[in-house]
Design a protein around this ligand. Structure first.
Ligand code: NAP
Ligand code: FER
Length: 343
């Protein structure tokens, strides 16, 4: 076993866009589990947009990450030592161990993973928090009906790619908004979207008008800013807008100008913010449906895996520029289930 525990600490709280200097890579002593605890070796670390919020001081739905401590985050790991009756050495677990190679925990909220059910990395993506966000946001708030037009932003990302495919499964016309030609091609050719527009290259209102000849019934909002402003001009009567994220605004230092909300008024449209963690009652149905769709090949997923914990800070910054293509993960340690599968 390694003698040191590599960690990425939050060094200081950023103002505006985070930089590499806000993080510090250190080698800490190996932790040891006491009675009732497990020691896990991190295999995958999830990098997610919400982490930008955790870097800030102040009130949120969760306590902020602490300066001088490892950054927080979801992980998939392997139990290397257990003094907990519920876990054994060799178990694979979904946990919240943060940006570090090893962690001791009491296993609270940790879920054992069966590598035969699905690749263990999917517990951080399509079969994890982002997939569940897509599932509850689209189905419970968007309430899609067959034949309706669904637009989703950040459509090649972890949440957006699942939103679009679940909407196709429900019989909708699906249009993605993404930031590159390659991402456009991917969501149409690989994921089966009906059309896609590039927010960096096209006149958005014109392109959306062309892609949505019957207007927009559901807009699954991930980005805010100019994309939201353009979409609102095309919403249909009684449109629903699950407000999932506003990534274009997470680094803003002054409140961004608000969009024109008149289309919401005149179209009797519903916009509703939601946080996936409030929907834990749907976990069973989400896992049942989405595991089935993944196995049937109807819900595809793409992972963008960065090698090495020390590369987590720069990969994280890339989320805010669209550098990731699919669910962003860091491979912190060897994945024994993958090497078996590829043998
Ligand atoms: P992701 O889509 O895999 O990655 C983020 C993507 O956002 C980037 O690849 C980029 O894609 C796009 N983006 C970044 N900056 C942008 C900008 N200024 N304008 C337009 N697009 C921009 O990330 P994810 O994990 O799936 O998260 C997607 C959204 O869901 C985020 O807003 C996140 O905060 C939110 N979320 C919310 C909940 C909840 O409970 N409410 C849970 C999970 C995630 P392009 O290259 O296509 O521009
Ligand atoms: C996210 C963005 C924001 C997210 C949660 C939030 C779980 C919640 C923020 C808050 O309560 O301040 O991507 O994912």
């Amino acid at each position: 076993m390694a003698v040191v525990n590599r960690q990425v600490l939050l060094k200081r709280r950023p103002t505006g866009a985070p930089t590499i200097g806000d993080f510090e890579v250190v080698d800490a002593p190996m932790p040891a589990p006491t009675e009732g605890e497990i020691l896990c070796r991190t295999i995958y670390l999830s990098l997610d947009p919400y982490m930008r919020g955790r870097m800030n001081e102040g009130r949120s739905y969760a306590t902020p990450a602490q300066v001088g401590k490892p950054m927080v985050g979801g992980t998939v790991g392997e139990v290397v030592e257990s003094r907990h009756p519920g876990f054994a050495r060799g178990d694979f677990v979904l946990g919240y161990d943060g940006w570090q190679a090893y962690a001791v925990s009491q296993g609270v909220g940790a879920r054992k993973l069966d590598p035969k059910q699905a690749p263990i990395s999917t517990a951080l993506g399509v079969l994890g928090m982002p997939g569940m966000t897509a599932y509850v946001g689209l189905l419970d708030i968007g309430k899609p009906k067959e034949g309706e037009t669904v637009v989703v932003s950040a459509a090649a990302g972890a949440v957006g790619s699942a939103v679009g495919q679940i909407a196709k499964i429900k019989g909708c016309r699906v249009v993605g908004v993404v930031g590159s030609r390659e991402k456009c091609e991917h969501v149409v050719k690989e994921l089966g979207f009906d059309a896609c527009v590039n927010h960096k290259a096209e006149d958005l209102v014109q392109a959306l008008e062309k892609a949505c000849p019957r207007g927009i019934d559901i807009y699954f909002e991930n980005v805010g800013g100019g994309v939201l402003a353009a979409v609102l001009r095309l919403i249909n009567p009684n449109a629903r807008i699950p407000l999932c994220g506003l990534i274009s605004e997470y680094n803003a230092t002054t409140p961004p100008p608000g969009p024109n909300l008149r289309p919401l008024l005149v179209n009797r449209a519903l916009i509703k913010g939601f946080i996936v963690f409030d929907h834990a009652d749907r976990l069973g149905e989400f896992l049942r449906d989405c595991t089935g769709w993944v196995r049937e090949g109807r819900l595809k997923y793409r992972e963008d895996i960065v090698e090495g914990l020390e590369n987590a800070p720069s990969a994280f910054l890339g989320l805010f520029q669209g550098r990731n293509f699919g669910k962003l993960l860091v491979r912190v340690g060897d994945d024994p289930t993958r090497s078996i599968a590829s043998r």
